[in-house]
Design a protein around this ligand. Sequence first.
Ligand SMILES: [Zn+2]
Length: 167
Amino acid sequence: MCLIPKNFVQKAFYRWLCLNRKNFTHQPRIVLKRKDFFILQFSGIAQQIKCFISKSGAFEIHAEYQKEYWDIIEEFDVFETRTPDGRYYCRLCLPEYKEQFSSRKELWGKHCFEPLLKWTKENFKESYWLFLLHTKGGSTTALIREEEELAVIKNQKDFLTAFPVLK
Ligand SMILES: [Zn+2]
């Protein structure tokens, strides 16, 4: 029998968001919900920027363009593991970052939700742009950089398009 509650991650995220909503400059909202994953967008932010969160521990901010998955911008993937005494940690973390938490909720909060909040504060700024590049071979890249780099990146032969992060 599986004791893990259904949609644990979604519930944990909702609860965490209730307590932390005021700290977001741009509100996350769930735009797609499935059994195993959900996707966030942020109000007032370029719609190409999405955050994908899966039950299995994939947690990534990525860019999508014309319905195509473009590239990961940042990720906070978690590989949850339970210790024999009931504590939780992420098996993907390097030994020096491996931290044990008293609950799954705390692991997800500290390992994923809080870093997401921090990332939004650092990247959702007036002067920031989302750059999309693609090579002839078909590989696609997304970057968030300051506006002053626009001229430089626009001159790269792989440059496709750019959007201000703030809509
Ligand atoms: Zn980790």
